[in-house]
Design a protein around this ligand. Structure first.
Ligand code: PGA
Length: 253
């Protein structure tokens, strides 16, 4: 039985005052009795202060990116060790905006995944196809190579979550249907079985991301191979994110 995991990706939103307000709103709604795993992945500038706010809360902290070196002359970068020191449990790696806006390749992402786990961080590794790739019938080929070229059997699977995020569904209001999501998730789980072994693949969580909202979360998370979600826009409003978390709890009955 996999515990659903719902993570909010704040992207490049919120100053400290707004971040504190959002976290306070979430803390009021997500209590210690929460039945699923929950995280907020905030901009770097908010990590230290929000780690203090989240102390003792079931809501864990994450970052949205990191570099693969521990320290050095890498102007503008932040190391996994720095994220751990700031109080992060999680780091998102390979988000489609990193791949497609900033040109991050599978080669680079592999180094980041290994380095993040070496620093003790739990990696949320994102995969997903572009609209043209889906329309060209290439979805499985794309997600398979995003997994095969980055993930390997020597990774720490207890520090790994996969997030399937079809790029055409991110920030567009166009959500994958539960059937579309389930089909890709089942495909990914089968491929993960080839990398990590079948029993480990059964334990790995695969989040869905792309226009998850209060109105569609429970149905998506209810799919057998969908283990929660990675949420962008809707995680910026405490009531909406709390409703999505409730959808995750409902999916375990
Ligand atoms: P969205 O973003 O929920 O706004 O579509 C999801 C993501 O980018 O992780």
């Amino acid at each position: 039985m996999r515990t659903p995991f719902v993570a909010g990706n704040w992207k490049m939103h919120n100053d400290l005052a707004a971040g504190r307000e959002l976290v306070a709103g979430l803390k009021a709604k997500v209590g210690k009795d929460c039945k699923i795993d929950v995280a907020v992945c905030t901009p770097f500038t908010l990590l230290y202060p929000l780690a203090a706010e989240l102390k003792g809360s079931p809501i864990k902290l994450g970052a949205q990116n990191c570099y693969f070196e521990p320290k050095g002359a890498f102007t503008g970068e932040v190391s996994p060790q720095m994220l751990s020191a700031a109080g992060c449990t999680y780091v998102i790696i390979g988000h489609s905006e990193r791949r497609h806006v900033f040109g991050e390749t599978n080669d680079l992402l592999k180094k980041k995944v290994v380095a993040a786990q070496a620093a003790g961080l739990h990696v949320i590794y994102c995969i997903g196809e572009l609209l043209a790739e889906r329309e060209g019938g290439k979805t499985e080929q794309v997600v398979e190579s995003q997994m095969a070229e980055v993930l390997s059997g020597d990774l720490k699977t207890d520090l790994l979550t996969i997030a399937y995020e079809p790029v055409w569904a991110i920030g567009t209001g166009k959500t994958a249907t539960p059937d579309q999501a389930q089909a890709v998730h089942a495909f990914c789980r089968a491929k993960l079985g080839g990398i990590f072994g079948e029993s480990t693949a059964q334990k790995l969580r695969i989040q869905y991301g792309g226009s998850v909202k209060p109105g569609n979360a429970a149905e998506l998370f209810g799919c057998p191979d969908v283990d929660g979600g990675l949420v962008g826009g809707a995680c910026l409003v405490a009531e909406d994110f709390a409703a999505i978390i409730a959808g995750g709890e409902a999916s375990i009955g």
